[in-house]
Design a protein around this ligand. Structure first.
Ligand code: MSP
Length: 494
């Protein structure tokens, strides 16, 4: 079974920050879960390299725009590596395969394109056209300075898609998530769609419009087409269409409109299938304030990973707020999560069980003759993935972690109740089945956290002599064996 997930492709006019790392990590978790669950996954990310903003940034850096793009795109690749993002494809919009794909899409929607002139305001910060009524003191809603634009341009007949889009949202209630965002999109479309200007002619850092070389495509039509390119369009159209149908686009809330209104309209015009879902996540502030270069509070992924460790950062981002809501990144909040959830709950559980086995003689004597309470624990452990799956399928990553932590808490309680150290003192024959039950639980927990904290899960798999490649392994019983000595997972934060 095919499954696809995408991140937005990132603008390369600035350095990667925690917002980019967040979107990539969320998509990565979904991709990893689906792979462990037996799906044939295609996970794409990349960089959005055209447009006036990038051209100006290159100029400011006194660099050739191609060299500038190479340099900046590499920084986003490095960020992906830093965050352990398991993408299958990193797409750059300056690649020949993408230029061909975007131009093909353009020709496929040509019957809905006409030439006219655009007279109005433009916000280069967001690469978007702005209504007069949305401008306050010369600034667009993004805070960017608007510029007057008078150009002969190509327009896409977006207005013709208003009813079709509304009908589509109605018939596919899960197309846009979360629900509050879906409602916003519906009211936006109901308030009336104007035709969309889709070309620029005052600069040339973009993909040439087929048959009109003095025009380049508006950066958003170019950017959205990246999803088709990465799916193999236009050469393997059948594969691209199949992938599109199974695709979940992860996007930030401020770019939902482009993905949930413009993108489906382009696809409808081209007679191509629509993605399965568009999920809009929230924004992070830093210590209570909007992140900004001038305040100097932009959270840099390199710094937080160096300070807290990669898996702790990945965990924090997904656990601190429900996916879809806004969150605040603070040193205090991440330290608490590391100390309570990771060191106390998870780390302690792993140590309590595995260090205990080591202290005994390092042997796990597999014994599946469970007492009533051990059987309940193992049943819950073996059901864990089935309970987590629906959350992942709704992109409720926070709910998935909550469910996994339910088993962590239950296992710690089981240790407290059964007191293996007392069983050992009494030479109680139940000790082996108790430890086997706990290793079963650790195995399921390791699989559950594997998409979120792949490094930590790999350590636990190592402690248990497991491969950790597929959720199917959960149902196999342990054999009696010597286990390696565990090392601590999470040092406490001060
Ligand atoms: N290039 C476009 C996307 C084109 S997709 C076909 C773009 N790029 S971006 O680099 O500006 O933003 C990429 C993503 O980063 C967006 O989804 C945005 O929501 C996310 N974030 C940027 N700042 C953020 C936070 N402070 N917090 C969370 N995510 C944020 O838009």
């Amino acid at each position: 079974m095919d499954f696809c997930v995408t991140t937005p492709i990132y603008y390369i006019n600035g350095e990667p920050h925690v917002g980019h790392a967040y979107a990539s990590t969320a998509a990565d978790i979904i991709a990893r879960f689906k792979r462990l669950d037996g799906f044939n996954v295609h996970f794409s990310t990349g960089t959005d390299e055209h447009g006036i903003k990038v051209a100006r940034s290159a100029e400011k850096a006194q660099m050739d725009v191609h060299a500038f793009s190479d340099m900046m795109s590499q920084k986003f690749k490095d960020m992906s590596q830093l965050m352990n993002i398991s993408y299958d494809d990193f797409i750059r919009t300056t690649e020949p395969r993408h230029i061909e794909s975007a131009q093909t899409l353009w020709t496929m929607i040509e019957s809905d394109i006409y030439k006219s002139s655009y007279v109005g305001w433009y916000d280069p910060r967001d690469e978007t056209f702005v209504n007069e009524s949305d401008i306050v003191d010369g600034l667009a809603p993004s805070g960017g300075k608007v510029e007057w634009m008078e150009e002969e341009s190509f327009f896409f007949r977006l207005s013709a898609y208003q009813d079709k889009l509304l009908e589509y949202y109605e018939e596919h209630p899960d197309f846009i998530a979360p629900i509050s965002r879906r409602n916003e999109v519906i009211s936006f479309v109901k308030s009336g769609l104007k035709d969309l200007c889709i070309s620029r002619s005052k600069f040339d850092w973009g993909i040439p419009v087929p048959g009109a070389i003095d025009h380049v495509m508006y950066v958003w039509i170019d950017a959205l087409a990246n999803y088709l390119t990465t799916f193999g369009f236009p050469h393997d159209r059948a594969k691209a269409e199949a992938r599109m149908r199974e695709c979940v686009h992860i996007v930030g809330k401020e770019i939902l409109r482009f993905h949930a209104v413009y993108w489906p309209a382009f696809l409808m015009a081209a007679n191509l299938p629509l993605p399965k879902r568009i999920f809009a996540h929230g924004w992070w502030t830093s210590e209570g304030q909007k992140m900004s270069k001038s305040i100097g509070n932009v959270v840099n992924p390199n710094e937080i990973v160096a300070k807290y460790g990669l898996d702790a950062v990945r965990y924090f981002l997904m656990r601190e707020v429900r996916f879809g809501e806004d969150g605040d990144f603070s040193a205090d909040a991440i330290s608490k999560r590391i100390n309570y959830d990771l060191a106390n709950d998870l780390g302690n559980l792993v140590q309590r069980v595995l260090a205990f086995i080591q202290k005994r003689d390092g042997f796990l004597r597999a014994d599946y003759n469970f007492s009533e309470s051990a059987k309940i624990l193992v049943d819950h452990a073996r059901e864990l993935i089935a309970k987590v799956r629906p959350y992942i399928d709704k992109q409720d990553l926070h709910g998935a972690l909550d469910t996994i932590w339910g088993l962590v808490t239950e296992s710690n309680k089981f240790v407290n109740d059964v007191k293996p150290w007392e069983l050992a003192k009494k030479n109680d024959p139940q000790l082996d089945s108790v430890l086997t039950a706990l290793c079963e639980s650790l195995k399921s927990i390791a699989f559950g956290i594997s998409p979120f904290m792949p490094g930590t899960a790999a350590k636990i798999f190592g402690f248990l002599n497991l491969k950790g490649h597929s959720f199917d392994e959960i149902q196999n019983n342990f054999e009696s064996q010597k286990l390696p000595a565990p090392t601590p997972l999470f040092p406490k934060e001060k």
